[in-house]
Write a protein that binds this ligand. Sequence first.
Ligand SMILES: Cc1cc2nc3c(=O)[nH]c(=O)nc-3n(C[C@H](O)[C@H](O)[C@H](O)COP(=O)(O)OP(=O)(O)OC[C@H]3O[C@@H](n4cnc5c(N)ncnc54)[C@H](O)[C@@H]3O)c2cc1C
Length: 227
Amino acid sequence: MLDTGTAMNVKLIAYTPQPELVSAMAATLTHTKTKPEELQQVKKKDLQKVLPYVMKLGHTSVVEHASFTFAISDVSRALTHQLVRHRIASYSQQSQRYVNLTEPSYVVPPSIMKSKKMKKAYDETMGLIWEQYNNLLKLGIPAEDARYVLPNATCTNIMVTMNARSLLNFFELRCCLHAQWEIRQCANKMLGEVRKIAPLIFKDAGPTCKTRRTCPENKKSCPLYPK
Ligand SMILES: Cc1cc2nc3c(=O)[nH]c(=O)nc-3n(C[C@H](O)[C@H](O)[C@H](O)COP(=O)(O)OP(=O)(O)OC[C@H]3O[C@@H](n4cnc5c(N)ncnc54)[C@H](O)[C@@H]3O)c2cc1C
């Protein structure tokens, strides 16, 4: 039985305690004689003022003090290949050297899902690929070499930790409608998670049409193109 689907899981599993307070302390200490350890008493109303203020100025290094760790599973290698291009982050990914992926497990793009005929052809291709992968393993080929026949669609699991500044950059690039659908879906889920925890930092996060009112692709046909 083939394990197909596009139901990725994106879970925020850890983060800096009080990420907004820590960032607000960092912002406040730059403008005061008070020692940083004494700034923990920053009042909530001051915090709500200082963070949006410094972020508007572009002084976003203060939110680098807040980090967020996500567990991401049932996504394709095509997605993680794009994800790990974001260098200001830490990653741990399921190994195809140490884990034998003997059961077919792959992501089906929505465009293929739309057509029964295409889906059938896709499933058959995946079935053949996994058959060959398992044959290679049976012939004694090590998993690190047998994996060469596996496709971009192969399911994988990854953990990623990014600080809030890096996440803001990631959301600008990957929540954009021009980003590839799977990483966009993942980015939107990540944004939804961190917004619940740090709304002051992430409430205006998203693609550049939202954050800067500019479109990197200058595609006027895009429904989000800034008016
Ligand atoms: C729609 C889209 C299409 C893409 N298409 C392609 C493609 O066809 N081919 C391809 O190869 N990539 C492609 N990419 C990947 C893209 O070029 C970036 O590698 C990726 O988005 C990571 O972005 P980043 O460098 O801003 O992130 P990070 O690596 O997290 O870096 C964050 C920021 O830190 C700074 N920084 C990091 N490292 C350096 C450095 N070495 N020197 C100077 N400044 C640095 C930069 O300001 C950077 O924006 C695409 C990305 C998108 C969103």
